[in-house]
Design a binder for this molecule. Sequence first.
Ligand SMILES: Nc1ncnc2c1ncn2[C@@H]1O[C@H](COP(=O)(O)OP(=O)(O)OP(=O)(O)O)[C@@H](O)[C@H]1O
Ligand SMILES: [Mg+2]
Length: 379
Amino acid sequence: MLEDIKLHNFKSHSASHLKFDGSRLNALVGPNSAGKTSVLQATYFLSRLGNSQFDEVFAYESSPDFFAAVGQNNLSVIGSGFWGRGQNRKNWEVSYTFQYNDKINKWEPEASWKMGNNGNQHRGWFETLENAPHPIPTALKHSVHLKLVATNLAQAAYSSKTTPRVEFDGSGLAPTLDYLRDEVPDNFELLQEQLKRIVPGVKKVGLRRATVTVNRSRLIEVDGRSISYEESQKVTGQEVVLDMNTGQRIPAHCVSEGTILALGLLTVLLHPKQPNLLLLDDVEQGLHPKAQRALISVFKEIIEENSTLQIIFSTHSPYIVDELKPSQIHVLNNRESGFTHTKRLDEHPDIEWAKQTLTTGEFWDAEGEDWVLDGEIDG
Ligand SMILES: Nc1ncnc2c1ncn2[C@@H]1O[C@H](COP(=O)(O)OP(=O)(O)OP(=O)(O)O)[C@@H](O)[C@H]1O
Ligand SMILES: [Mg+2]
């Protein structure tokens, strides 16, 4: 479990420190642009180093050029946590750092790990935390960061993988559900039950065959030279269809947005290769207040049954916040200058009074985020 994360010069975070309570279900709230998604990104990068090299994790739009705070020549993200319980508990700390080298005009990465009195640093783009001692790679590597998009979830899809998965943006839902239905039918049953709780109009989840266009790259030899080109091919994939109270076998692109988003989330959570750390952006999107509450109670049940699962999500919804305790809520805010400050809702000076008088959502709604900035200095 991740207990603690520190961000230094990561986008708008000049020095943010989030200490998660032991609930394994934590929310990030705050105005638009406060830095919530950035916390999820920084954490996800750290976890990816558990099975990938720097050059794979920090390529293209994930390059430090974009997420190092403008004008700064270094950044770091440090996470700490534990794995195992009781006598088997092992505490760990891992970090990644980027330093800009003016002489060669390049960012230089370094990953480090610590466990008890042992530790090590690994410098360079081909380094990874994969070779750190157990349990560090295991604790880190099964993380998922999702920003599900209903149109992607609804799309017919084909997968050639033995174990298909829902991707970051929601693509690949249909083959993943097909896999779940065939290989893990108990989870598929449970998924249907839980979806019905969130969206009562759902009666049954099904799949049907659909034609899908896939792009494949091909190599051909011309005059002794290899030339690569993209070829699009029609293959048979799957499409999600739902039996609803309004009719049967309704294709996914015709069902409501909230229904398909909830289905996507449950598919990730009930996948047999469930993540240890699930990072979710804007968790309530498309869901009615009642459905939002139902979603959080489903999350709580799944967490209860899976002792290594932790969920960290961003939200703008007081209904979701209402289902959690103040210690589970991290409030983020920034001033005109843009630097993020963050405090846990249970650090609010009036928390004891509020606990007896208001629900968590009412308290957040009444107090907003300005109190987070009291006594804080930017930069
Ligand atoms: N390289 C950078 N240096 C400094 N600040 C940056 C950099 N890149 C992005 N930012 C800032 O970081 C913040 C990113 O916000 P983020 O996406 O984490 O917000 P959010 O809380 O998720 O907002 P929303 O609720 O709108 O999704 C913005 O304030 C943006 O201006
Ligand atoms: Mg965001």
